[in-house]
Design a protein around this ligand. Structure first.
Ligand SMILES: Cc1cc2nc3c(=O)[nH]c(=O)nc-3n(C[C@H](O)[C@H](O)[C@H](O)COP(=O)(O)OP(=O)(O)OC[C@H]3O[C@@H](n4cnc5c(N)ncnc54)[C@H](O)[C@@H]3O)c2cc1C
Length: 460
């Protein structure tokens, strides 16, 4: 359990030696703050479109230190706001275009990983989301109905009967589920670290161990000197509130994970996930899992408390109570398999912050007047979305005419979060309500009214 950042960062194919930091003032054309997926994909596509640009990335720790080196490895077409929620503001057509682009984005990540030789264990086996109660089954049906009403067919999302769902994922008490092919399981840190190497090959300069202390038009102030650039990109997601003036832009919500030791073939013969399908169930408080390339279960979920003042600290990455609850949930999915095959040894436990905007939507944008650009607010669906953000930012910054820059999330301005203590009360009340809704549904079987309220609040 001693991984300094995450199991993933402890199992990458390099030794994590930090690159040199900023040392004095630096001149560039584009300065990107944050070396996670958003920053690195932006650098990647910018360098491809405009090879002569001087692009620098400034990272407080090392590339992949943030959520990009810690996540569940679902490279999925999931977007944080539902089609219905988006359609309320943009009409039906533009949200469909965004969802279709998200589907293509999953393949784009796989394409670049293959072309650039990034061995991130990308395998597109889709996602199975189980329904394990009447309430969950009702939600599965609603989801499919919503997809159909926007023109998405069986090839995008379909309802599974109990047998087919169980065949894909041999959990207990399975009544049915949904399946989408639009997801790949990846080793997230291998993608982040590999991308960092690739952008360097494209001429991008990455400065590590260099926290930015302030971002303003044309200048990034760091603890070790200033970076002057025409364009400054904020790619700090869950860490954004620590920057001056950004305290109420995104709230850092923690997601926590565990990973088992590699599990034996007898386990997998019953548990399935033969295509490394990422898996979850239709409960309200999100859980997510994947079968790793070396046959572990990597499993995570929300439920960790939001910390007063949008604080982000290393000590929050490990919450024993939540890690124990996650192990309990994992055992609860496979209760028939684990006792018989021995208890799974939880070999790793970690977590990290992800960025949530007040209106629960993601955004990417570039203000040509100030030269300030941003991407984030992915609410836990950032693996593929950050790639789309990077491609879009590259087009916006270079003035490239494209369909991407017309997508409805481009230029969206977030409402600010409430000041404390309202923010603390609101976010933690939301987390509590979500967990309570699950307990009520488990008891009564039917969908809880509280769950509907929470879904409305979170853009569902
Ligand atoms: C436990 C967990 C599980 C998740 N699971 C999934 C999943 O399965 N699928 C999915 O799609 N999404 C998932 N997510 C969300 C996803 O990982 C993120 O949305 C995505 O990685 C965000 O990428 P990013 O580059 O915007 O931010 P990050 O990867 O967080 O990168 C931000 C970087 O900025 C750096 N930084 C911060 N402040 C400064 C500063 N002042 N100066 C310089 N650098 C700074 C940080 O050190 C960090 O490296 C998960 C997140 C977590 C935490």
């Amino acid at each position: 359990m001693s991984d300094p950042v995450s199991y993933w960062m402890s199992s990458v194919d390099d030794d994590l030696t930090p690159r040199p930091g900023v040392d004095g003032d630096v001149e560039a054309d584009v300065a990107i703050v944050g070396a996670g997926y958003t920053g690195l994909w932006t650098a990647y596509y910018l360098a491809g479109l405009a090879p002569r640009l001087r692009i620098v990335v400034v990272e407080a720790e090392i590339a992949g230190f943030g959520a990009s080196g810690r996540n569940g490895g679902w490279c999925s077409a999931l977007y944080p706001e539902s089609l219905t929620g988006l359609a309320r503001r943009h009409g039906a057509e533009r949200p469909v275009a965004l969802y279709q682009e998200m589907q293509r984005t999953v393949d784009e990540v796989g394409r670049v990983a293959a072309t650039e030789g990034i061995d991130c264990h990308f395998h597109k086996g889709g996602t199975v989301v189980l329904a394990r109660s009447a309430a969950q089954l009702a939600r599965a049906r609603d989801e499919v109905e919503e997809a159909r009403s926007f023109g998405f067919g069986e090839e995008d999302l379909r309802l599974l009967g109990a047998d087919e769902a169980r065949q894909r994922c041999g959990a207990s008490r399975v009544l049915g589920g949904t399946y989408t092919p639009h997801c790949a399981a990846i080793h997230p840190a291998r993608l982040a670290r590999g991308l960092a190497r690739v952008v360097e090959r494209r001429g991008v300069r990455i400065y590590e161990q260099t926290p930015a202390t302030a971002l303003e038009a044309r200048t990034v102030h760091t603890v070790r000197g200033r970076v002057r650039a025409d364009v400054v990109v904020r790619a700090t997601e869950g860490y954004t509130p620590a920057l001056p003036g950004q305290r109420r832009t995104l709230a850092p919500i923690y997601s926590l994970m565990i990973a088992t030791e590699p599990l034996p073939p007898e386990f997998w013969a019953r548990a399935g996930l033969a295509e490394r399908e990422t898996f979850s169930d239709h409960r309200n408080l999100i859980i997510y899992g994947q079968r790793t390339a070396d046959d572990r279960l990597a499993f995570g979920g929300r439920g960790a408390p939001y910390h007063y003042g949008s604080a982000v600290r290393t000590s929050y990455d490990r919450e024993p109570r939540i890690h124990v609850a996650l192990a309990h949930s994992l055992r609860g999915l496979f209760p028939d398999l684990f006792p018989r095959l021995g208890e799974p040894r939880i070999a790793h436990a970690w977590g990290g912050p992800l960025g949530v905007a007040r209106d629960w939507t993601a955004s990417v944008g570039y203000d040509r007047q100030t030269g300030l650009a941003w991407g984030g607010g992915y609410v836990g669906d950032g693996v593929a979305t950050a790639n789309l953000a990077g491609r879009t930012l590259a087009h916006l910054i270079t003035g490239t005419d494209s369909d991407l820059t017309a997508l409805p999330w481009v230029g969206h301005r977030w409402r600010r979060w409430e000041p404390e203590p309202l923010r603390w009360l609101g976010v933690n009340a939301g987390l509590w309500a979500t967990a309570t809704a699950d307990r009520t549904e488990a008891r009564r079987g039917r969908p809880s009214r509280l769950a509907r309220v929470v879904h409305r609040f979170t853009g569902g």
